[in-house]
Design a protein around this ligand. Structure first.
Ligand code: SF4
Length: 86
């Protein structure tokens, strides 16, 4: 689990609610991270993505028919963050 030290890597996941149509493909592929809210649109359940779920998160993002899921990997250093993949 990240502790904020040099070299910690983490995923930042977000859903574009304008693009999301509530097909729930993401929920089916990774229910630990995605759920539908009361409006029937996807939401991200946690900002702390366990390493064991990273592949599922990427798979869900790639499978979204509306390309509504963004996944960014970042490395946190004591003074700054470096985005390494969008
Ligand atoms: S798969 Fe895409 S369109 Fe479907 S609920 Fe998830 S984010 Fe929304």
């Amino acid at each position: 689990m990240p502790d904020g030290g040099a070299g910690d890597r983490r995923l930042e996941v977000s859903v574009d609610r304008v693009k999301c149509c509530g097909y729930a493909v993401c929920v089916g592929l990774c229910p630990e991270v995605f759920d539908l809210d009361e409006d029937g649109l996807a939401r991200v359940l946690t900002t702390d993505i366990p390493a064991a779920l990273e592949d599922s998160v990427h798979h869900a993002a790639a499978s979204c028919p509306e390309a509504a899921i963004s996944v960014t990997a970042a490395i946190a250093t004591p003074s700054e963050e470096h985005i390494i993949r969008g």
